[in-house]
Design a protein around this ligand. Structure first.
Ligand code: AMP
Length: 188
């Protein structure tokens, strides 16, 4: 199964992707993790992306797409993967479709975790963030709304979008995800 996990910062993707990976037993493709380790390694790529990461801005599509292309062609991804934090723009979504079409494999499911902005801000403020950090969070929410939320229509048109109410307890969100994933798997 190839699954994309979509949702704004603070929606609970981290918590839910941990058990989903365990359930599916597929590799976790997190572009955030890949970019952070590039920065830690400190090579030319890391130097190029460091400023985007610290400013909470999106890294240019061509850089992220190349990272994902390279990762997706590794043998462990043949049976599937969980894409987390990618794609984040329409350009990335189209590039992903091309990569998968070339490999002759389908995208099975796009899971959207839905949590409203006021609740996201309340959750993040509840974690005791400083005003500076809240400003960055707000900016990341704006970026999600402007650049990433158009993907919802894109995948809705492909008929593979499933939206999940992310406002309940982690266990209830998990149960909903479980049901959608198992139903999709059974239909394959
Ligand atoms: P994340 O851990 O997914 O929240 O990503 C952390 C940061 O990495 C983001 O704020 C962006 O600066 C960058 N990043 C991660 N994934 C992408 C992506 N698909 N496109 C552009 N930038 C990304």
């Amino acid at each position: 199964m190839r699954i994309i996990f979509l949702g704004p910062p603070g929606a609970g993707k981290g918590t839910q992707s941990a058990w989903l990976l365990d359930h599916l037993r597929v590799p976790h493709l997190s572009t955030g993790d890949m970019l952070r380790s590039a920065v830690t390694e400190g090579g030319p790529l890391g130097q190029k992306v460091a400023q985007y990461l610290s400013a909470g801005q999106l890294v240019p599509d061509e850089i992220v797409v190349e990272l994902v292309r390279e990762r997706l062609t590794k043998p462990d991804c043949r049976a599937g993967c969980l894409l987390d934090g990618f794609p984040r723009t329409l350009g990335q979504a189209r590039a992903l479709d091309e990569i998968l079409a070339k490999a002759g494999v389908p995208l099975d499911l796009v899971l959207e975790l839905v949590v409203g902005e006021p609740q996201l801000l309340a959750r993040l403020a509840g974690r005791g963030r400083s005003d500076d950090l809240l400003e960055i969070v707000r900016q990341r929410l704006d970026i999600y709304r402007d650049r990433t939320s158009p993907l919802l229509d894109y995948y809705r048109q492909q008929g593979i979008l499933r939206s999940i109410d992310g406002t309940g307890s982690p266990a209830s969100v998990r149960a909903q995800i479980n049901e959608v994933v198992d139903r999709t798997r059974a239909a394959k």
